[in-house]
Every structure is written in structure tokens, then in C-alpha cells.
Write a protein that binds this ligand. Sequence first.
Ligand code: ZN
Length: 346
Amino acid sequence: MQQAFTDAVHIHLDMAYALLKPSVSSLHAACYHHARQRFALPASTIQQARDKALAIYRSIRTRQRQGKKTSRPRLQRPLPLRLAAENFRMFPDKGIVRVTTSEGFVWLPVLIPPAWRTLCALPHAVSEIVQRGRDWYLMLAVKSEDVPTSDGPHFGLDLGVANVAVLSGPRVVQFWDGKPLRYQRGRFFRARQGLQQKRKLGMVKRSKGKESRWVRQMNHQVSREIIDIVAAHGGVLHVEKLLGIRDRTKLTKKVNRMVHSWPFAQLLDFLRYKAALAGVQVMEEDPRHTSQQCSRCGHTDRKNRTGQAAFQCQVCGYELHADLNAARNLAAKGACSSGVGSVTEP
Ligand SMILES: [Zn+2]
């Protein structure tokens, strides 16, 4: 069904390019009957494919108008399957989600973290089903008048190389040292260089596997510890937004480096799903200036960063570890956007 959906998006996208000014109605008129015949998908799923294609088309056009380099997505991998609200129903008590297919209902067992059970009973919006590894996830969107506000204590998490992670919250400061990670990665790297010279390529591959298992294990452990601390305080976790920022040129060097470094992406991934299971809200904050701004007085200056690990404010003289300062800024950014005042105290 996911593949059929992706193919349906494809033909709508082709048509969007063929039409002079594609709109919902012109795209519908041009594709609907053909798509209904060709794909075993419910009518509303075809409509979702049309809307998805139009959204892709429009975002490409917008970027082209802004003079940015863009190419048409080839959709080589299946897209997340979009489900219209009327096409699925949750039964939170029974742990079942009912999905409408062209051949009728399919009843799928679903694991719902206890913290999300009440939210599942809210009216649904367009949601998505995605596959991650061997598991399938339902990205459930719900309609709610009052968005659950994050009124718990705010925690900021700074990720980096010197320290894998620094967590800051009310009366909580914790560092996860990056030394073991740097050491192991260096060790694996040198070992592979030696093997490469001896042309032992099978062993090079095995070494890569070993390294990624080591990092994976570390990311599991670090993310577990972080989420346990935040969950114990009933807090909200604020992290740097790394993905979904299209305009990379405006970002800091650090963030750019991190986006392309898989250990960080994996750590964030683990944090997100462990947080979801624990009912901890994770919010992504704008990462700009977090390392240059003073977390006490707000003064922003590159000179505030006096060393790799040292931060000293040029205005108020406040001194602390640079990564901790960044973590506090993330927590403060989060608190501001949730409409809560000051949050960080040592
Ligand atoms: Zn200051």
C-alpha cells in the first residue's frame, strides 16, 4: 500500500509538471480516474497522494523562485503512507488501529505508550504510517482545541564533540564526556587504515560494523540516562533543531557538521523514541547563537567564547562551561516559546 501510494504521488507529480498551473482541482481532473484504476487504494488515499504531490511541487517552485538550487525529488524510497482521518480508527483500549484499504478493513495491533493513551482518543487528523528498521510506526496527528502545554520544568540538551551531551535543568547539571567516543572512533579508524594497506577488505567491513555497534550501544545508554532524568522531573526536553532546516547557509558550522555525522542523528533518534515511550515532550529549538549568548544576561558576542570549553560574558563577566551555557540557552529558548519565564538556576 505504501509503494502504491508512492507511485500515485509520482504520477500526480508528473502531471503537476505537465500542467501550466496545477491546482487541486486540475490535478484531480487529470489524474483521479486513471489513478483509481491503476492503484488498489481507497479514494481518499488517492486524494492524499494528490495533495502530497502538490505540496512537493509547490515547495520546489518556491525554492526556485528564491533562486535556490533545487532538483525534482526522485522518490526512490517509498514515502510514508498518508492516511486521511476517515481512513483509520484507533481503539486505544484494545491496542488496535483499523486501517481502510481497497479490500476492506485491516486490523493492526499497535503498542501505545501509556502516556499517550488519552491523546489517542482525540479526533484524528491526517496521519502517516512509516517503517523504521523492522518496525512500523503510526505518526498520529490529533485535533485538539487546547494544545497540551509544556508546563513542566525545562531541560536544555547540548550535543557536541568534547561532550557528547550536556543536560541542564532546575538543579540538574550533567555531562556525558565525549572522550570514550573520540577514543573508540580514532582506534577503529587507525585499525582500518592498517587493514586497508594490507588489502584485508572483509576485515575493514567487519571493523565498520563493530564501530557502529559500539556507537549504537553508547547512544542507547546516553539517551536512556537523559530521558530517565527528564522523566523523573516531569520535564520537557529542548534540543537543537538539526533536521528540516533547508537553508543551511544560515546555520552554524557546528550544526552543519553534526547533521552529517551519524552518531548525533542516531542519538537524537533514540532520544525521540525513548521520550515518546516515557511521555516526555521533546522540542526542537533554533540552534543559532546558543553558543555565543550569555545565559545570564543575554549578551551575544563571539568573544564570549573564550576557549574550546570556556565561556565568559564580555558584559556581565559570567563564567561557566561553554557547553553548559549552550544547554541553558536551549532550555531558556524553550521556556520563552512556551510562555514561561526564567527557568535555569544552578
Ligand atoms: Zn552576561
